[in-house]
Design a protein. Structure first.
Ligand code: RB5
Length: 157
């Protein structure tokens, strides 16, 4: 496994149990996991949870993050609003591998109401075992970053 220096994780109330299983799985593999547990300390819902983790990724506090909710969808939508964050929802291992190799995503999301814990662990492993492949994907990912920059600059003006 490619062990990231630090990985952030959080979940909403639909996914606390699955998150705990994933955290235990990652720690057993030696991954330095920081469980942010925002909803235990703040009255919020999945947008707040995703925004909090995404801001930390954007600020360089960790290379990668995992967000789990009922479907994984709301978490990805919200995380992708933060500059520098590229999040994707995966419920199969092939997509999880491609999410890093082809898309260079730094945030993985999935849904506790969609998949079970064994598949979730395999998805997490597939994503963490993968690195961005570059090659033909490099100009496409570069274009995503350029267009993201343009979009944020347009917002400011
Ligand atoms: C429950 O709040 C549910 O909407 C949430 O966990 C998630 O599935 C949203 O995308």
């Amino acid at each position: 496994m490619t062990t990231p220096s630090k990985l952030l994780i959080d979940a909403d109330d639909a996914a606390y149990d699955l998150k705990d299983i994933v955290v235990e799985h990652l720690r057993s593999k030696g991954v330095d996991v920081v469980d942010l547990r925002l909803m235990e300390n703040e009255e919020t819902t999945y947008p707040g949870v995703a925004y909090n983790l995404a801001q930390k990724i954007s600020a360089g506090e960790a290379e990668r993050g995992i967000l789990i909710c009922g479907t994984g969808l709301g978490m990805a939508m919200m995380a992708n609003k933060v500059q520098g964050v590229f999040a994707g929802t995966c419920h199969d291992t092939y997509s999880a591998e491609r999410l890093k190799k082809s898309n260079d995503a730094n945030v993985l999301t999935f849904g506790a109401r969609v998949i079970g814990s064994e598949l979730a662990k395999k998805i997490v492993d597939a994503w963490l075992d993968s690195e961005f492949a570059g090659g033909g994907s490099a100009p496409k990912v570069e274009l995503m970053r350029e267009l993201e920059k343009e979009a944020f600059e347009n917002q400011k003006s």
